[in-house]
Design a protein around this ligand. Structure first.
Ligand code: AMP
Length: 339
């Protein structure tokens, strides 16, 4: 007897969804509250009452840009093309890493490094075949939720707020908001973050636990820089031979390495490179699989943190949980179900 299969297969949207366990339900309800908050606030609302903004002219020498960043304790800056009076993208540590890779591959060009200007970055990026300087931006009146979605789509860790002057029709950079600033804004304003109690052990999709890029204190720092680029990540945990976490090499550490214009320092080991960190380095943050997003938001509220190294009770590496993972979970977890 021929049976019509459609008699058995219910249309997808009519299939009953399995009931969520209480912890999942609480997690999803809290995430929806946070998303609602992000949709109701503008990108401008994220900014503090007073702040400073350092904008670099694209005609500036690369060497000078490094001095300005280190003297002001910042790791990125919007670029301004004064010939066309336009915003020319965001200068980040990735751009310095691209320059390092370029000189590593073309040592003959090193003699001219002192004359190198920021407007030549695009040529270097083209010759390396890497992603060009970040040019995404958000208007100050747009919801911060939209800024977050743009950041997640492009994997950017910061986004400039760009307005347009009605009279001159020219763009104006208002400020730059980072993943940290947005997550801190959530942590300070949404008390539902305290209800995000589902442990990471039950959320294997939050963070990275396999194919981790790691190094030892003896690894040449240039190998670690290649890892950062290849995996498009911003840090590499440094382990001893038992897998115990000793430190973390961060993309921003590259600035201290090259600020004197001494590209020779790239021959150092990671251990020696880490000695170049400034004395006020706050240390690394860790968490365990029994922690949850509530503890992460609590730490974000109190400290300027960019990532957590997930460790076991013997301090051995289990995974990495960065602000990109926190932002992704906060915005996208279970979103298809909501749609
Ligand atoms: P980040 O750019 O550091 O925020 O990381 C982007 C993504 O890569 C996140 O999903 C991280 O969990 C993951 N990630 C970060 N560091 C590492 C690493 N050392 N090895 C593998 N994945 C990583």
């Amino acid at each position: 007897m021929a049976v019509d299969a459609s008699a058995y297969v219910a249309p997808r949207n009519l299939l009953a969804r399995p009931a969520l366990p209480a912890a999942d339900k609480e997690q999803m309800e809290s995430l929806r509250t946070i998303r609602g908050f992000l949709k109701s606030r503008t990108s401008y609302d994220v900014l503090p009452i007073s702040y400073r903004l350092i904008v670099l002219d694209t005609a500036l020498l690369l060497k000078k840009s490094l001095n300005i960043l280190t003297q002001n304790g910042i790791v990125s800056a919007p670029l301004w093309d004064s010939r066309s009076s336009t915003f020319a993208g965001l200068l980040t540590t990735s751009d310095y890493i691209n320059v390092i890779q370029y000189y590593w591959q073309n040592p003959d060009a090193l003699a001219r490094v002192d004359q190198f200007r920021l407007d030549s970055l695009r040529e270097i990026e083209r010759s390396l075949g890497v992603t060009p300087i970040e040019t995404i931006s958000i208007h100050p009146d747009r919801p911060v939720y939209e800024a977050c979605r743009k950041m997640l789509e492009s994997r950017a860790r910061r986004i400039p707020i760009v307005d347009r002057d009605d009279e001159t029709r020219r763009t104006m950079v208002v400020s730059v908001i980072t993943q940290y600033r947005i997550l801190k804004f959530i942590a300070m304003n949404v008390k539902e973050t305290q209800r995000l109690r589902k442990p990471f052990s039950e959320m294997p999709n939050v963070g990275t636990y396999a194919d981790l890029a790691t190094a030892s204190m003896d690894t040449p720092v240039m190998d670690v820089i290649h890892m950062l680029v290849k995996k498009n990540i911003s840090s590499v945990p440094i382990l001893d031979k038992h897998g115990v976490v000793l430190n973390v090499f961060e993309a921003v550490d590259v600035i201290a390495l090259i600020k004197g214009g001494l590209y020779d320092d790239l021959g150092l080991t990671v251990g020696d490179a880490l000695l170049k960190r400034s004395d006020d380095f706050p240390g690394i943050f860790t968490c365990s699989l029994s922690d949850n997003m509530s503890t992460i938001y609590d730490t974000i509220r109190k400290s300027r943190v960019h990532r957590f190294v997930v460790i076991d009770s013997e301090n051995r590496l289990k995974g990495v949980l960065t602000l990109s993972d926190v932002l992704e979970h906060t915005l996208l977890e279970g979103l298809e179900d909501d749609d």
